[in-house]
Design a protein around this ligand. Sequence first.
Ligand code: NAD
Length: 280
Amino acid sequence: MNDLNLRDKVAVITGGAGVICSTMAKSLAAQGVKTVILDLNPEAAAAVADEIKKAFGTDSIGVSASVLDKASLELAREKIHDKFGLIDILVNGAGGNSPAATTKVEKMDGDDSENLEGTFFGLQIEGFDRVFDLNFKGTLIPSMVFATDMVKKKAGVIINISSMNSYRPLTKIAAYSAAKAAVNNFTQWLAVHFSKTGIRVNAIAPGFLLTNQNRFLLIDEKTGDLTPRGRKIINGTPMERYCMPEELTGTLIYLVSDLSKFVTGIVIPVDGGFSAYSGV
Ligand code: NAD
């Protein structure tokens, strides 16, 4: 009764070579889960898989595929079947922002009418497409491809990776915020759709970590100090620090374990108090 029931389960972690998801993969491996590190970058995926095998003695493979290319995911599924059998857990971790979908100014003011480039009006539609595709369709398509195994098994868990931006958008990053809000909405939709199949669908909304995708906004390239925006995040986080990737793993293990069998359709913030804080 009191068993996480994770040993020898098979988990696919998309974006598995990245900062957050490589740590999530390791936390699953530590529970005896066989891990598939699925990433665009084959060398980085293989390196994470090797590290996992050495550190935890659980089987792991790196698989190169794009979360936006259904054919490449179907090919990946074949490789996974050959090596491990049917898939039990999917972590939809691939995601991120793009400078092309980021305004230069936080707020427009009346004097900007001659210089619209850095405002909402300068945002590039291609940037929106890229960010919506990666975060939203990059969650949708792998769910379509890998949950077919879960339907066969009448059991499975999907974990989507959302963000604090999904609740209240941060300035500048209009596309990323809207795309993550769509991920929350889709999490609820799919949870209801799958509710009688044995498949649970939930999401984790991390607070702020320093990673490759946001470094350009939060750290001054020349001095290495926090930018005013980086400082604002710290000021808005009651714990007054950035999140470490390991601090997301307790919520992950909770959500994937059989002890949470009645939990579906929720988004859990892991944010050092950010979403609870009014700033005063
Ligand atoms: P990261 O940039 O370190 O890792 C992303 C990984 O995804 C990379 O290894 C990259 O190669 C891979 N990837 C990119 N496009 C892909 C594609 N088309 N197909 C397959 N793989 C692809 O990112 P991270 O900061 O660890 O973020 C992981 C997730 O967490 C993302 O969904 C991100 O939006 C979310 N998130 C990050 C933060 C943060 O502060 N960093 C906060 C909240 C949520």
